[in-house]
Write a protein that binds this ligand. Structure first.
Ligand code: ADP
Ligand code: MG
Length: 264
């Protein structure tokens, strides 16, 4: 069964897309079968995976409107990246309005993904920076949410808002939804404020804060212009190494817990 995770934060520019693309590539590197779903009409995760959003024959838009299946729309990411992409482009912005009149409008993605449940170990959904009907489709389809965040002054406030939203979705639409964890990204250990906020996060959220910290690293920012995840563009860069470690931490976190007393 595929584990489905949303990468979400209602703020823009916090590292959602960078996290989705590099976690996808990191998981693929350690042998996991991964589908990346781009739910942002900007299509940055699509382009950053080496798929040209302008020439997509089918996209997540067609899937949401029920015009084709996930299997028909998914395409391979850049060769060395090793995962599949359900891409997005501008067209997706219109889905917001078109979905309103459809039945089960929050559950369209969930229903579509059910068909590829056995083909993938992980489905990673890159959400737009808003609580739109698109994001709701992501949250309804997911087992969990990964929240990338920068350790800045207002970070805690922003996260509290997001956690309240997740609780509401959990209560009303998707009782399976969990917060998998908070991921500290673009971290600069030389900045005292970032260290302080990082400590506050750990005090507040305990083991919901991932052990792995993603440093600010220019190679991660350069990679999209080459149509590659950082992990593929320069696997030895500090940022890429951190995402590979994060992929391993994710696999550990979501491994089914062995029953006490079980054999083997
Ligand atoms: P979002 O999807 O939340 O809007 P992005 O992943 O697009 O955020 O990141 C915003 C900008 O920050 C991009 O230009 C990206 O290349 C850059 N960026 C993201 N993570 C890092 C990092 N760890 N180090 C350096 N630059 C980063
Ligand atoms: Mg983005």
């Amino acid at each position: 069964m595929a584990k489905i995770f949303c990468i979400a934060n209602q703020k823009g520019g916090v590292g959602k897309t960078t996290t989705t693309v590099n976690l996808a590539a990191g998981l693929a590197r350690i042998g996991q079968r991964v589908l990346l779903v781009d739910l942002d009409p900007q299509g940055n995760a699509t382009m950053g995976s080496g798929v040209d959003k302008r020439t997509l024959a089918r996209s997540v838009y067609d899937v949401l409107l029920g015009e084709c299946s996930v299997a028909e729309a998914a395409v391979p990411a850049a060769q060395a990246a090793g995962y599949q992409v359900l891409g997005a482009n501008r067209e997706l912005a219109g889905a917001e309005i078109e979905l309103v009149s459809l039945e089960q409008r929050e559950k369209r993605l969930k229903t579509a993904l059910a068909q590829v449940d056995r083909q993938f170990d992980f489905v990673l959904i890159d959400c737009p920076p808003s609580l739109s009907l698109l994001t709701l489709n992501g949250l309804c389809a997911a087992h969990g949410v990964v929240v990338p965040m920068q350790c800045e002054y207002f970070a805690l406030e922003g996260v509290t808002d997001l956690l309240n939203t997740i609780r509401q979705v959990h209560g009303n639409l998707n009782p399976d939804l969990q917060i998998i964890g908070l991921l500290r990204v673009m971290f600069d250990a030389r900045i005292t404020l970032q260290q302080q906020v990082s400590e506050q996060l750990k005090e507040h959220f305990g083991d919901k804060v991932f052990d792995t910290v993603i440093p600010r690293n220019v190679r991660l920012a350069e990679a999209p212009s080459h149509g590659l995840p950082g992990v593929v563009f320069d696997a030895n860069a500090r940022g890429s190494q951190a995402f590979i470690a994060f992929a391993q931490e994710m696999v550990q976190r979501v491994k089914p817990r062995r029953q006490p007393g079980a054999k083997g």
